[in-house]
Design a binder for this molecule. Structure first.
Ligand SMILES: C[S@@+](CC[C@H](N)C(=O)[O-])C[C@H]1O[C@@H](n2cnc3c(N)ncnc32)[C@H](O)[C@@H]1O
Length: 249
């Protein structure tokens, strides 16, 4: 993306960082996420402008939390691991399952809003939606806190070779949950479906997330035991995963 004259005057390390973070792509992505969050907030407010979502502000609120999630993935990585951040840190090119699941959720929500508005907008179900909102905020907070606490030891891809500066994090949120970012993502995602009052997608999300994190955690812990030995085994005994039915000890 950078011009040849820029490349000539720049040291190789900075050039690699720039190649991994094409500035036009980073700024455009951040701009689009900002616009999406702004529009979702406006649409969620009770006004004539948002009459489309009258009595159901939860769809734009859901979109708002998705855009905040992707923004924070890059922002926290950039803030705490500036030398490791890259365009993919937005996690927008997530697994195909992620896109299918959210696509399914959107379609379910829109179809139910159209065909079953009395179910979707029934105030008796407000506690479920509010509980969903609570899970989203809890999940996002725990994930973000986990990323901050792990700092340079956090990577979006699981390491299968130990780096020299990789240390075992056991403090802060990691003293309670040993996979706070997975715990956070799991409950955040379930929360989004409760917020939308999507019965089918709630079941689909629970099933997909369980099978995804179950195999990912087993895989990751195999390497963590290889890297840190008894230290990790002891740490594992004193901490929780917090995702239903996933046990590794
Ligand atoms: C996507 S991060 C997820 C970290 C953790 N599983 C979580 O949910 O917060 C994956 C990387 O974190 C590293 N990791 C996981 N737990 C760790 C810990 N307690 N201390 C240091 N590194 C850890 C793994 O080696 C892996 O490369």
């Amino acid at each position: 993306m950078s011009s040849p004259s820029v490349k000539r005057n720049i040291d190789p390390k900075t050039l690699t960082t720039l190649q991994l973070n094409p500035l036009p792509e980073i700024s455009a992505t951040a701009y689009i996420l900002g616009i999406v969050s702004g529009i979702s907030i406006i649409l969620s407010l009770p006004s004539n402008f948002s009459s489309l979502f009258d009595n159901f502000p939860f769809l734009p609120i859901y979109i708002f939390f998705i855009s905040i999630f992707h923004f924070l993935e890059y922002f926290i990585t950039a803030s705490y691991q500036p030398l490791r951040v890259e365009a993919s840190s937005f996690v927008l090119n997530n697994t195909i399952g992620y896109h299918i699941a959210h696509g399914f959720a959107l379609i379910e929500c829109i179809l139910e809003l159209y065909f079953l508005p009395n179910f979707k907008k029934n105030s008796n179900y407000l506690p479920i939606k509010l509980f969903g909102l609570f899970l989203i905020i809890l999940g996002q907070s725990v994930r973000t806190l986990g990323m901050i606490t792990a700092g340079g030891n956090f990577s979006h891809l699981i390491k299968n070779v130990k780096e020299d500066d990789h240390i075992l994090i056991k403090h802060g949120i990691y003293s309670i949950f040993r996979h706070p970012s997975y715990f956070g993502f799991f409950w955040w995602a379930i929360g989004t479906q409760l917020l939308l009052l999507n019965p089918l997608a709630s079941i689909l999300f629970a099933f997909m997330l369980y099978s995804f994190f179950s195999s990912r955690i087993h895989f990751e812990e195999r390497y963590l035991i290889k890297f840190f030995g008894d230290d990790y085994i002891n740490y594992r005994h004193n901490t929780y995963i917090g995702i239903p039915f996933i046990k590794t000890k």
